[in-house]
Write a protein that binds this ligand. Structure first.
Ligand SMILES: CSCCC(=O)C(=O)COP(=O)(O)O
Ligand SMILES: [Zn+2]
Length: 213
């Protein structure tokens, strides 16, 4: 396996496994058509607290560990390498959710279309689906989960500022949508984050089918 850029000679095995798991998830999501044309980005928190994030412009469908780079405490990559343009959104989630170890962002057709349909309300309400139980902490279909939507913005500081209240609130939904853009989902390990994203992708497909029925 190739190693992420800047990784120390003897990375701890837990962090290495986390990176391997992230790469496998990225390729799986890529094969499903969720990260076309270099879209999407991914990160994991390592055991030493550093964040490994995908480099900007990499084709995430064929992600390699070498496409990840390590950020220092201020979120800066090594000089000469450009971290994902959306790195501030990853760091913001890690700041607000100390237990989170993985953040996943994709541009699937279903999440992109769904994100454009309920902007006025600022959220999509999901209720009475068995698959809601795939979200950590949810143990019944009989619950309403609000998936927040924020307006897209090419200015990352402004975009992060509009996400800030969502993360400050105690919402059990481990994800949010960006209008016409995609979804961010996270979890306490890579498998949790991937399950959350997989489940929300399914639920949004159901939501869209219901609307068109
Ligand atoms: C070509 S997709 C536009 C940028 C984007 O939304 C994205 O997810 C990928 O950006 P990155 O800098 O992480 O490659
Ligand atoms: Zn994006």
């Amino acid at each position: 396996m190739s190693r992420p850029r800047d990784l120390p000679e003897e990375p701890d095995p837990v962090s290495l496994r986390r990176i391997e798991a992230l790469v496998a998830v990225a390729r799986d999501f890529g094969q499903r058509g969720w990260t076309p044309a270099t879209s999407g980005n991914y990160s994991v928190r390592l055991e030493n607290g550093q964040i490994a994030v995908t480099r900007s412009g990499a084709d995430k469908r064929w992600l390699e560990p070498a496409d990840l780079l390590l950020l220092d405490a201020d979120g800066q990559p090594e000089p000469g390498v450009r971290a994902s343009a959306e790195t501030p959104l990853h760091l913001q989630i890690y700041r607000h959710r100390p237990r989170v170890k993985a953040v996943l962002h994709v541009h699937s057709p279903a999440v992109t279309v769904a994100s454009r349909l309920a902007v006025g309300e600022g959220r999509i309400r999901l209720h009475n689906y068995e698959l809601l139980k795939a979200l950590s902490g949810v143990d019944t279909h009989d619950i309403e989960i609000s998936l927040p939507i924020v307006a897209n913005d090419q200015d990352m500081s402004r975009l992060a500022a509009s996400v800030e209240p969502l993360l400050a609130a105690d919402n059990p939904c481990p994800a949010y949508l960006i209008e016409g853009h995609g979804i961010y989902a996270w979890g306490d390990d890579v498998a949790d984050a991937a399950r959350h994203l997989d489940a929300l992708e399914f639920l949004l497909n159901c939501h869209l089918l219901e609307r068109s029925a």
